[in-house]
Design a protein around this ligand. Sequence first.
Ligand code: C2E
Ligand code: MG
Ligand code: MG
Ligand code: MG
Length: 300
Amino acid sequence: AAKAAGRNTMRMFTSDMAQAADRRLDLELALRRAIERSEFSLVYQPKLALATGQLCGVEALVRWNHPERGLISPGEFIPLAEETGLIEPLGQWVLAEACRVLASWDADHLGPLTIAVNVAAAQVNRGDLATVAEGLVRQYHIDPGCLEIEVTETAVIADHDRAQATLNRLRSLGIAVALDDFGTGYSSLIYLRRLDIDTVKIDRSFVQQARDGTRDGDIVRMIIEAARTLKLSVVAEGVETAEQAAFLQELGCDMIQGYLVGRPMPLEQLKTWILGRQPSEPCRLAKLVLVPVQGRQLSG
Ligand code: C2E
Ligand code: MG
Ligand code: MG
Ligand code: MG
């Protein structure tokens, strides 16, 4: 009986695995087709300077408009795209699309725009990211200073030297580099020591419980102080409440990003959002979140 049960367990196990493999294969096929059919789009999430309340850029986040399943978030398909190598054509599309938008951006009407693009480990480690970016900057005649690349700590684990060479080339082109999800890698300080970057983005898992007197609050304070010492600018991700924003402002955090400021939105909505803030109310949100702290004078 025990043997039979064992066999049954085994059979169930394998059929579960087969099902999972099937689903994966389906998804992989769909992903492959989605790239050919251009089923992807970008949404843009604003980033705000805490000192002035001004918009200082947006982050481009990819979405998959699946014909049957609707919008699929990157958490569901980026890992698979990475495993299957499909991240390379997808990543190229994302970068090209961001450049195309920068080129079509009406700076007179809407003000200047900086777009940050997330790149995957494979893109950093392949080594031609800077060449691709340089080609796109030329092709679209855009200011490289309007482009920013976000890398994660895990993207630079595999091959530090190669990653650093890629990041250096990007920076020498005038493209800024930000270290994303900071604090979630297993040895974050190593990256600060080894990598020449411009910006650190504090992971939202620290930001959400960051208040005076909490351990997360102390960690956030420490990251901001480290960034200041190293002359890096610092963005807090996932800011959802005015209390979090006020705390971050008190600590001297440069920029915030999160639902409090704005959710990721399609391009047309971003334009409306920007126009809604300018010129009559450039700091509508800033007024809401930027309470004067410790005598610091706030414009807005
Ligand atoms: P990320 O780069 O750290 O982006 C921030 C994520 O947090 C986004 O999720 C954003 O929608 C979400 N978020 C922003 N503000 C808040 C907030 O106040 N509260 C909460 N709870 N969440 C907030 P999203 O768009 O689902 O993207 C998830 C991750 O997928 C990104 O994390 C990034 O690592 C990756 N990703 C997105 N687009 C791309 C891409 O084009 N290429 C690559 N390689 N990865 C991408
Ligand atoms: Mg990011
Ligand atoms: Mg992040
Ligand atoms: Mg993240």
